[in-house]
Design a protein around this ligand. Structure first.
Ligand code: SF4
Ligand code: ZN
Length: 467
């Protein structure tokens, strides 16, 4: 496959390219745009004009430098072995293939897709979406040889994108709806995905019916279809093996998989915990589930939320902490679908421990949560900072409030021991760093750990979105 007719280079080596605001020519989609999407559909070959790229809306060369536009990337593919279940997995490759282009940065997926095209690329002559469409078609057919025909339609017109956007949203919800029909106990095979290892080399997703991938775009059915057609590809079977801890979701087969795929960095995973041996996070999680020690509960913040979360930190600051393929107790990258899974962090207390989430997320998940819990979960409309959260939760009789008395009792007991000069086991150490995060400071709990450090650097974060 050759790209010698293109003004810019194309290849996996450009995948990690970052394009900062001052280097970009245009921005497409992303949090500033309301409607944008990327979608792949399997079609009948007679409905496809192989190689065709259609643009509906202004082209790159018609866009003003520094401007932001909607983007809809609609890819239709055909091939005798293709089935609908493969659509989501093909769709996830848009991210990778766009990032192959020197001069394009692509982030996220589905309706959160976000792209930047660099000034340098446009100067070299990369000034048309025709080129992007052609590159995508060539890559799809070369990298996924079961695709025999492909055509691409790119939408950049704010009016014209509306209909296909609605269609895409409907298809995403149908996929999610189907994923909710089965559970981890109903199947004897789980799946893994290492598509994100180019960004997070120790990260591998474990996809089960109750745990849709953290990018939100690959559910168990999608992963199964992908592993079937290309068992040696980035999505593969993970036999669960022996169940070592049902509550935590610990399986010998998953532990073996993560050990192998993380090159020995990570030895075990609790599928249903954000605090103990949590699933690793790459960088494309839809949301972060974070521990709030002040109330012994959890908050959830999604990628689209542009203010600071209840703990005083914006998504971006927490994302740095969460991602990169590390196991990060208290900061867990998750999909929105996982929030409504019956297994959601069940080892840590489950959905009943969630105290705060942005209104937009709550609106999406509320109908699937226990009805009596919904009014007890605060959003930015009710509570904006930690100081008020405690009282609000008390007033609304949130289930975590009960755990406070238990905790207080434990603390009192510890204080008594200390007063008597006894040694308190150092299994859990709490410390407060004033001035970081919310007005109440920032509590870090170190559980069962030994620390050796030559120095500790604590930097104050001044988030941009902070008000
Ligand atoms: Fe695959 Fe996970 Fe990356 Fe999604 S987040 S593409 S499932 S590795
Ligand atoms: Zn990722």
């Amino acid at each position: 496959m050759s790209f010698s007719d293109m003004p810019v280079d194309v290849g996996p080596v450009y995948e990690g390219e970052r394009i900062r605001a001052n280097q970009m020519y245009v921005e497409l989609g992303g949090p500033k745009m309301e409607k944008h999407f990327e979608l792949v559909r399997v079609k009948n070959p007679k409905d496809i004009k192989d190689g065709q790229v259609k643009l509906i809306g202004p082209d790159i060369k018609d866009m003003k430098e520094g401007s932001t536009h909607p983007i809809g990337i609609f890819i239709e593919v055909a091939g005798p072995e293709l089935e609908e279940d493969l659509e989501a997995v093909f769709e996830r490759r848009v991210h990778e293939f766009c990032n192959f282009v020197n001069g394009i940065m692509h982030l996220n997926q589905r309706y959160t897709n976000w792209m930047r095209i660099s000034k340098a690329a446009v100067e070299k002559g990369f000034n048309s979406f025709q080129m992007l469409g052609t590159i995508l078609i060539r890559l799809y057919k070369a990298e996924l040889p079961i695709i025999k025909q492909a055509q691409v339609t790119i939408y950049t017109d704010p009016k014209e994108i509306e209909k296909p956007y609605e269609m895409a949203m409907e298809i995403y919800s149908k996929r999610d709806e189907r994923a909710r029909t089965i559970h981890d106990e109903d199947v004897d095979m789980y799946y893994g995905c290492v598509l994100c290892q180019s960004f997070a080399p120790t990260h591998a997703c474990c996809i089960t019916p109750d745990r849709t991938s953290l990018c939100g775009s690959i559910n168990w059915f999608d992963a199964r279809a992908a592993a079937k057609v290309d068992p040696k590809g980035p999505l593969f079977e993970v036999p669960p093996g022996e169940c070592l801890n049902r509550e935590a979701g610990e399986f010998s087969g998953i532990n073996e998989m993560i050990k192998k795929r993380s090159l020995g960095e990570i030895n075990k995973i609790f599928l249903y915990s954000g605090m103990e041996y949590p699933h690793t996070s790459c960088g494309c999680f839809e949301a972060i589930d974070f521990f709030i020690p002040e109330v012994n509960g959890y908050g959830i913040v999604d990628r689209n939320y542009d203010d600071v979360a209840i703990n005083g930190l914006p998504f971006s600051a927490m994302a740095n902490q969460t991602g990169g393929g590390k196991q990060m107790p208290g900061f867990n990258g998750i999909s929105i679908q996982y929030i409504i899974s019956p297994k959601f962090q069940q080892y840590d207390g489950g959905i009943e421990t969630v105290v705060w989430m942005p209104k937009a997320v709550k609106d999406r998940v509320a109908e699937f949560l226990p009805p009596d819990l919904v009014p007890k979960i605060a959003t930015e409309e009710e509570v904006k900072d930690l100081n008020k959260l405690k009282d609000w939760l008390k007033e609304h009789d949130h289930p975590v409030v009960k755990t406070w008395t238990e905790l207080e009792a434990e603390e009192e007991e510890e204080a008594e021991y200390e007063a008597e000069g006894a040694m308190v086991p150092m299994g859990t150490v709490g410390m407060t760093i004033p001035g970081v995060g919310g007005a109440g400071g920032f509590k870090i709990i170190l559980k069962n750990c030994k620390i050796h450090a030559e120095s500790i650097i604590i930097k104050k974060i001044e988030p941009k979105g902070r008000k």
